[in-house]
Write a protein that binds this ligand. Sequence first.
Ligand code: MF3
Ligand code: CO
Ligand code: CO
Length: 264
Amino acid sequence: MMTKKSLIQSPEAIEKMRIAGKLASDVLVMLDQHVKVGVSTEALNQIAHDYIVNEQGAIPAPLNYHGFPKSICTSVNHVVCHGIPSESKLLKDGDIINIDVTVIKDGYYGDTSKMWVVGNGSIMAERICKVAQDALYAGMKVVKDGARLGDIGAAIQEVVEPERFSIVREFCGHGISDEFHHEPQVMHYGKKGTGFELKTGMTFTIEPMINQGVWQTKILGDGWTAITKDRKLSAQWEHTLVVTDNGCEVFTTRPEEDLSFLTQ
Ligand code: MF3
Ligand code: CO
Ligand code: CO
């Protein structure tokens, strides 16, 4: 791996990421009222696209990224990630959906995703969504200057494995700044005290994908949609953050979230 430039961001870059992160989280908040039984994932894509471009004056990063055809990713039920919005995919009662939003503002990226349970979900649907969010939070909690990437992965494993869910191996979090994806690769499993050392000013995502059954995935013929091999449920939540001396600052926090655990 070649490091082209420092992974430590300047105060000016961090301020731009604060703004991009806030815009990305605003899109998820705005989408809340539209995620309901009967809506198509393409309608959600169109609403998000128009909001990002016309209201935010920002750019939807997924659109044309390595050929991705839409402005957001919509991943329903057994779709792990990178689901392509479609007019024929209508949300139905009990579905779970991840919407993943990435915006570019003033050259910098904000990347975040969350789950919804549509209408009345099963206990399993509710539980896998909750555990995936707890897994993200457990990973965020161990971030600080001097911590190692293995600490994040281990913290996520400690939450997920006792619940008998599995952790997807093929996709990981990533460094993010004025590029969508760069070093380091943030694995969602690992060993405490091992791996790349985090430093104040590094910016990256944590985005654990957890499965009801086996961790293995496969990619559909469209070249993007990743599904669970056994077609059981999958859930994911994502935040973008910066490492600080004592913890982290999350750029993509939504108002409904209580992240006070980060400072305790
Ligand atoms: N937002 C995704 C991530 O968390 C990446 C989507 S790439 C796309 O890294 F091309 F599928 F949009
Ligand atoms: Co990401
Ligand atoms: Co994302």
